[in-house]
Design a protein around this ligand. Structure first.
Ligand code: ADE
Length: 226
């Protein structure tokens, strides 16, 4: 089982996605486990504050170190086996660009993830140092794409989805890894073989109906990644 602990100020955001579809089934089959930690629960401030103004001035707010470290410690304490391989990930637009290869490596090399969803103008930089010293492994900064979002919640869900589908058994035979079946982005067709719309016929490429497996393989290989 791969476990994901999510540290967020919007705990409810995750429910609708994780409680549906393939990820729901993966959780039921105990292939993945997701625990959501509300960052405000870890704030030692009377008003449950988790952010403050940046030192040196400037607009916006910065997420404070205290609640995050307390939340990471709590998430870590929920990990039972001492042999677990833990990866802490901080979502930020300035992080390493996430891709399928990183997803595959994460799924292969770790069984516990602590995902920290950033907000505002960022997270106090010292968070990474403290985590590095306490887990003896750097927290990795990851960006989900070359654009700026309002927070790290969507990036966390993207990572959970793409890492989970690499775990054997998460995808059924029906949805088996498309990259294994015939490559990412290869055009796919299903019935009907001919679709008529506004008197025009839209046909499936003949080769796919031919039953000639070598020819089909060749056709797909040519179109891979296009
Ligand atoms: N937070 C805001 N934008 C982000 C991005 N592109 N990737 C990860 N975290 C983010």
């Amino acid at each position: 089982m791969i476990r994901f602990g999510i540290i967020t100020i919007f705990p409810k955001i995750f429910d609708s996605y994780l409680k549906e579809s393939i990820l729901k089934r993966a959780a039921e089959k105990k292939l993945i486990g997701v625990k959501i930690h509300d960052l405000r629960d870890f704030s030692e401030d009377k008003r449950k504050k988790v952010d403050d103004r940046p030192f040196g001035g400037g607009p916006g707010m910065v997420m404070q170190i205290q609640p995050i470290i307390k939340a990471v410690e709590f998430a870590k304490s929920k990990i039972k086996s001492q042999k677990s391989k833990i990866k802490v990930i901080l979502f930020t637009p300035s992080g390493k660009q996430f891709d399928n290869e990183i997803a595959a490596k994460l799924a292969k090399n770790y069984d516990n993830f602590i995902l920290i969803c950033g907000h505002y103008e960022g997270i106090d930089e010292r968070v990474r140092k403290v985590i590095e010293n306490s887990i003896r492994q750097p927290a990795e900064k990851i960006s989900i794409g070359p654009y700026v979002l309002t927070g790290g919640e969507l990036p966390a869900m993207v990572l959970i989805d793409s890492v989970s589908r690499k775990i054997p058994g998460v995808l059924g035979k029906e949805e088996s890894l498309e990259e294994k079946r015939f490559g990412v982005g290869v055009p796919a067709y299903t019935r009907p073989a001919e679709f008529v719309y506004n008197k025009k016929k839209y046909k499936v490429p003949k080769v796919l109906l031919s039953g000639d497996h070598n020819k089909i393989k060749e056709w797909r290989e040519k179109r891979r990644g296009r």
